[in-house]
Ligand binder design. Structure first.
Ligand SMILES: Nc1ncnc2c1ncn2[C@@H]1O[C@H](COP(=O)(O)OP(=O)(O)OP(=O)(O)O)[C@@H](O)[C@H]1O
Length: 102
């Protein structure tokens, strides 16, 4: 699905960006799931939030949330770059904030 200004990433793209969710790319853990630092093909650095079991949503709900997040723009908010919703995995892809700027 195409949502204004938000990319729909394939699971493969995320796997390649995070080196298959390699531990060395993990930068945090939040209530939603683990957070990885990923590098896209065009060398954009992103933060990938990988939903864990209890955070998985019904697909319609997930896409509704993406639509909502895609409309939030504020200088104090990290921008949502995209999402991935394939192979029973859900991921939110954000602009990567280096240490100290979060
Ligand atoms: N955009 C980002 N860029 C870089 N690192 C991030 C980014 N988002 C999250 N992180 C890292 O992942 C950690 C967990 O973030 P996350 O937002 O998932 O958890 P949280 O702040 O505990 O919120 P929640 O409980 O709602 O998930 C952060 O403390 C930070 O180290």
């Amino acid at each position: 699905m195409n949502i204004d200004g938000v990319r729909d990433f394939s699971f493969k793209e995320i796997v390649s960006a995070t080196n298959n969710f390699d531990r060395s790319t993990q930068v945090g853990q939040g209530g939603y799931g683990k957070v990885y630092r990923g590098i896209l093909c065009d060398i954009t650095v992103v933060a990938v939030k990988h939903a864990e079991e209890g955070s998985l949503q019904d697909q319609t709900e997930f896409l509704k949330e993406i639509m909502l997040l895609s409309r939030l723009h504020h200088r104090n908010l990290v921008s949502l770059f995209g999402y991935s919703d394939e192979e029973r995995e859900q991921m939110l892809v954000y602009e990567f904030m280096p240490n100290g700027t979060l």
